[in-house]
Design a protein around this ligand. Structure first.
Ligand SMILES: *[C@@H]1O[C@H](CO)[C@@H](O)[C@H](O)[C@H]1NC(C)=O
Ligand SMILES: *[C@@H]1O[C@H](CO)[C@@H](O)[C@H](O)[C@H]1NC(C)=O
Ligand SMILES: *[C@@H]1O[C@H](CO)[C@@H](O)[C@H](O)[C@H]1NC(C)=O
Ligand SMILES: *[C@@H]1O[C@H](CO)[C@@H](O)[C@H](O)[C@H]1NC(C)=O
Length: 408
């Protein structure tokens, strides 16, 4: 889409105007992965590829090795089905060149890269597959999982969506030595310590989350990374530098319960993480989620949290982004404002490393909205550009735009 003249001055003040265009990639459940190019006068799709299986769901970029990983959500917990993980090198124009594709357990919805010494690995959360798996990197066409953790429910969930374990994400603690996987189906935080010698994951006792919460995504905070842009999730290669200095906390969004939870984190003598819940709040103005609305993605940067809220219709026909402030005193969170997501069902969003632009991936409307973020106040401001990426999907279905990420 072309910018209107009114939007141009806003974009020109961004650092990207002075340098090369910014690139993003987006996945769509229609089986395409898109390269998006944003410069001072244009935001457009510059490459479209039918790749990453039938259901491209999630992208993780390793900026160090310039490798993009794409999860295909196809498949279930039935071992006769499978999903896949693909690896690509982008060229100078951001066009993707596949270097490998490996079969995985079904239902891959999120991944994170971790490293020990010189060895790199990727861990994948399998929602339908009720599992977490890992692969040694670099990925090859014949790569097989290095580890697979399969889960069964030990007691029935609160709602039909909790019919089986559904790990929804995997993310690293600030020291890069633990992986946390919120399991939406089992109301658990599954925790793994990463062996610094072998890179193997060792299971730690899982942490209970209130029955019926449906934990989905989370983010760590440490006083070593506050106001530091590397605290932006999605910069996995920097995790090692984010040494936990002093206090560490974790912030979780729960899809089914519609809540956000705050935990004090301690590195226990047992070699595992000890999480103590210190706050539960509704990440929405007025303290109540609209009927049917669910929090989806959470990110932290510069003392603020951002939570995308699906189907709240806060800016009808569009949904909302909620900005929350973290108390410097005790780490508690309070809602500060709500802003337009510029589309329907903001399943994911990504903040650029400079912290001045947010790319919102609206699933049902299948558009990517670029919104300005004020680096002083943390408030999300005007819409810089909006781009239709593939066909819209039905609200509540596995259709539409599934993820978006910056090439950074
Ligand atoms: C889960 O249940 C299945 C079927 O009863 C069983 O084969 C499998 O071993 C169980 N897995 C775990 C991790 O307990
Ligand atoms: C976690 O929840 C399960 C099932 O409700 C319960 O049996 C167990 O004792 C709880 N564990 C902790 C540490 O609270
Ligand atoms: C985070 O910020 C601190 C203080 O400004 C800086 O010394 C450190 O290098 C930053 N960390 C990274 C990974 O850039
Ligand atoms: C909803 O988003 C679309 C796409 O950006 C935009 O054109 C429209 O003005 C928005 N409507 C409202 C009420 O915010």
């Amino acid at each position: 889409m072309r910018f209107t003249n009114a939007l141009l001055p806003a974009l020109l003040s961004a650092p990207l105007a002075a340098s090369k265009p910014a690139r993003l990639w987006a996945t769509h459940y229609n089986g395409n992965v898109y390269t998006l190019t944003l410069d001072e006068s244009d935001f457009s799709i510059t490459d479209t590829q039918k790749t990453c299986g039938a259901m491209p769901s999630w992208l993780t970029y390793d900026s160090e090795s310039k490798t993009l990983y794409c999860s295909n959500e196809d498949g279930t917990a039935d071992p006769t089905t499978h999903g896949s993980l693909s690896a690509y090198h982008p060229d100078r124009e951001g066009k993707l060149h596949q270097i490998a594709e490996a079969k995985t357990i079904g239902g891959g919805v999120d991944s994170v890269i971790y490293e020990t010494g010189k060895k790199k690995f990727i861990a994948i959360a399998h929602y339908e597959g009720s599992a977490v798996s890992t692969f040694a990197l670099p990925l090859h066409d014949n790569s097989v999982a290095s580890q697979e953790f399969h889960f069964n429910l030990t007691h029935p969930g609160a709602v039909a969506q909790q019919d089986s374990p559904h790990p929804h994400s995997v993310f690293l603690d600030p020291t890069g030595s633990f992986i946390v996987s919120p399991d939406l189906g089992a109301d658990l935080l599954r925790i793994y310590s990463i062996s610094s010698e072998t890179g193997k994951l060792e299971s730690c006792p899982p942490v209970n989350v209130t029955f019926g919460s449906g934990p989905r995504h989370g983010v760590f905070w440490t006083d070593g990374t506050d106001n530091n842009n590397t605290a932006v999730p999605g910069a996995p290669t920097h995790q090692r530098e984010m040494a936990a200095v002093g206090k560490t906390m974790m912030y979780l969004v729960n899809e089914i319960g519609g809540t956000m939870m705050v935990f004090d984190v301690a590195y226990a003598r047992s070699g595992c993480l000890d999480l103590q819940k210190t706050q539960t709040l509704v990440p929405y103005p007025g303290g109540k989620m609209p009927e049917g609305a669910t929090p989806s993605e959470i990110r932290f940067i510069g003392g603020k949290f951002y939570v995308s809220v699906r189907t709240d219709q806060g800016f009808k026909p569009n949904d909302s982004m909620v900005t929350l402030e973290r108390s410097r005193k005790n780490g508690a969170v309070r809602v500060s404002s709500k802003s337009d997501a510029w589309g329907k069902v903001p399943r994911t969003f990504a903040i650029n490393r400079a912290g001045d632009l947010v790319a919102i991936g609206n699933q049902a409307s299948a558009n990517v909205a670029i919104v300005r973020r004020d680096r002083e106040t943390g408030e999300l401001g005007e819409k810089v550009a909006v781009l239709q990426v593939g066909e819209p999907g039905k609200v509540g279905s596995a259709e539409g735009l599934s993820s978006v990420i910056w090439e950074e």
